[in-house]
Design a protein around this ligand. Sequence first.
Ligand code: NDP
Ligand code: MG
Length: 384
Amino acid sequence: MTAPKRIAILGSTGSIGRAALEVIAASPGAFEVVALSAFSNSTLLAEQTARFGAQRVAVGDEAGNARFPPGVVVQRGARALEELAGDPDLDLVLNAVVGSSGLKPALAAVRAGSRVAVANKESLVMAGELLMPMASATGSELIPVDSEHSAIFRCLKGTRREEVEGVTLTASGGPLRDMSPEASAAASLEDVLDHPTWDMGRKVTVDSASMFNKGLEVVEAHWLFDLPYDRIRVVVHPESIVHSLVRLTDGSLLAHLGEPDMKVPIQHALFYPDPAPVAFRRCDLGAIGRLSFKPLDETRYPCYGLMVEAGRLGGTASTIAATADEVAVEAFTEERIRFGQIASVIEEALDGVSVAPADDMDHILAAEDEARACALRVVAQLAN
Ligand code: NDP
Ligand code: MG
């Protein structure tokens, strides 16, 4: 029998983190949970630590004082999370932290040469230019967790590079897909959080409604699969059964299908390169009956276009767009700005902050700071 894989789960209290622990619980003996992290939910983190026997945890500075099992090392702050991610004795790091706070831990794990299961797409979007060459240099493998990228990763395994014309990401269209553009600009928080097919954390759910998420995913695909932007397409597929496709040079397609359940791509990434053993939900096409597709109407989703444009522009433009979106989504979830104003915040940040090369962490962090300050100013004006 092979030794259990030593894993750290960054963001174990979130939607992906909790699903990952379910995956681990379903395969006893396959993993040793070495470290876990949360930002504020120290109560759940303490429960997870006791149940899975983690030895080390990181929490945010402001987290409460939950009681951890005796002997567990508890550290606080962003630096502690980075240190935990950079432990060279890990076999695998699952980066399931939300937003730009996933960037430094991603860098630490890649620098340590660990295999990284990438749920935190923002780290690749902001620093793909830095992370991908670093991964090649240290031997760190990046295994996608995002369902679309996991699907493509799996389809690519059966192809030769020369026969790949490009990839097509599927998009559910999100909870507002049947609303008029006017109604969706004024959509309530409740409408936006009511995703039709996927059950996810708040930020990614809002980003799915605006399709900013699909823009992030296009940039994520650009870095993960080393593809130019004109070879990455998006198609709307409301049932979320076809998770994404690879287009071949002979005009045919390879697809990966399954029920919309994040445990499938998570399990694939955690077990990789070994086969994932558990069928959480089987995909029964006879019961599903019908799959439909339609082209993406970009005019309905300005946030999508802004993110892809920033990706194409290169350098720190994608950091500026991603950071402005993070600020805008927070303001929207606090009901300080309207849903339709998220795009204005991103657009103004892209106009107001100058773009630098993204081959240096200092440039990326400076762009993040400037974009955050600019977006906060725009939000304050809009909220007035
Ligand atoms: P959640 O909001 O559910 O969870 C986020 C996790 O990160 C929690 O553990 C949270 O801790 C922690 N966290 C929050 N803020 C910080 C911070 N500033 N510093 C350190 N840790 C922090 O997010 P999701 O699980 O939905 O998403 C995680 C990532 O995975 C995102 O990048 C998302 O885009 C991506 N993803 C998610 C999918 C999904 O189905 N949910 C699908 C594909 C990708 P606490 O609980 O204490 O707040
Ligand atoms: Mg996705």
